[in-house]
Design a binder for this molecule. Sequence first.
Ligand code: HEM
Length: 486
Amino acid sequence: MPSDTVATPTRRVPPPKQLSANPVVRVLDDARAEFRVRRRGAYPPGPKDFSMSRTLQAARDPLPLLLSLYEEHGPIFCARLLHSQVVFMLGPEANHFITVSNPENFHWREGSFGDLIPLLGDGLLTIDDAYHDRAREIMMPAFHREQVAAAVEAMRVETEAAIATLSPSEVVDIYEWMRGLAMRIAMRALLGLDPDDAGKGAAAAEHFERALGFYGIDFHLRLLRGPGSPWSKMVASRAVLDEIVYGEISRRRRDPDEGRHDILSLLIGVEDDAGEGFSDKEVRDQVMTLMFAGHDTSTSTLTFMMHELARHPDVLVRLQAEQDEVLGGEAPDIDRLEREMPYLDMVLDEVLRLYPPAWIGPRRAVRDFEFGGHAVKRGTYVNYCSWASHRIPEVFPDPEAFIPERFTRERKAALPRGAYVPFGGGRRICIGKRFGQTEVKLVATMLLQQLRLDAMPGRTMAIRQMPTLSPKGGLKMRVLPRSSES
Ligand code: HEM
């Protein structure tokens, strides 16, 4: 069975139970769950004492911590982070076990990213089991190739306009630049809104960014409640977004337009095999989830790509030679991006190996299971982690080095299953994979057809990982004409 299809068609099932957004309730629930797990057995090996320094390291720079625990304990281990015992499962077999062979053992919703639910609602990311599978099945057509191809024109127009704002020899924060561009593309392709319409598109973009900002701040600040708190600002922005999105849903239900190809319009029209579609709330939650899942990920991927290309001029030269040969200066289209630019694919694959933006797969075990000789009890937090898995030297020799040749077609096919999971796998594999890949490849191609981006001397890049990997504080680069010497 192809990995991006779901097992069986499913009919409407009730939505999942709502979880409390109150942090105190959540901490108490976690303590109760740990008590129940402990009564029924032990956790896998690893440091289980409370340690503030471990907790802070996990929050600020988790990669070295995870890799050293992997070295010490192997592919499954447990670490207490703040108040919770968290099991991590790393490496090809672990990734395959969680995403492909035993996904029914896990829920996303009760995992450690559950605090996204107040903004996203019950979209694909935060739902599980039959309710997830039904939603996914009826959404799949909106992500087929022809739908992505229909979004390419908006991507091209927006990218051209964004490139026109860059002048040679200026210094630009490429992360911010791409963030603005990705948001405009999302407004058009996902919501079907004009990003220049101050009443809707621009307001939605602004409030979406504001609401997302909540998830990038330190954990303790996210616990605050009351007027003026980050939480109340997030809730206020959510209210503006809801008004815009619900307004659009009812307007388009009243006045359908078959000529619209944006995802919001498609989701209003989709149906399951019993002829039932999504309710207004389901449509709202799904588009909010798509906006969330697609925005930071594409932005960071393009930024990390530019960072690595600036450090590897030989790779850049080869990439531009491929562009010239295939496109001869013309704008890229989906056919040529997908079929005729294998080196661009290799570069993108290697960028996503080193910096998979959705770096962690947060889950909660809903059944007891065994992996690697260790028992894990239901109720335990369990995470897979592509970021750490992609840096295991036995799987990817010289893991810190940027080597696109790791991903020639033959070498990629020879990787153990589960080794490379930047888009997850199995029934929850990224539904926007093709959309995201096309967007990043198109923007990178159009940018590099005209310009070169150089690293700022003496600047190093630190990484922030909440909620997705991104360069900490952005990434300033110098814009140069494509042909100029360093
Ligand atoms: C380079 C870009 C992207 C990367 C690296 C990426 C990565 C991922 C990963 C790793 C997952 C699985 C998470 C897990 O197992 O817990 C995922 C799921 C998802 N992604 Fe993406 N993503 C990207 C772009 C997009 C875009 C553009 C969209 C939407 C337009 C999108 C929508 C989603 C959704 C809705 C899910 C949940 C799928 C499900 O649970 O059924 N992603 N993505």
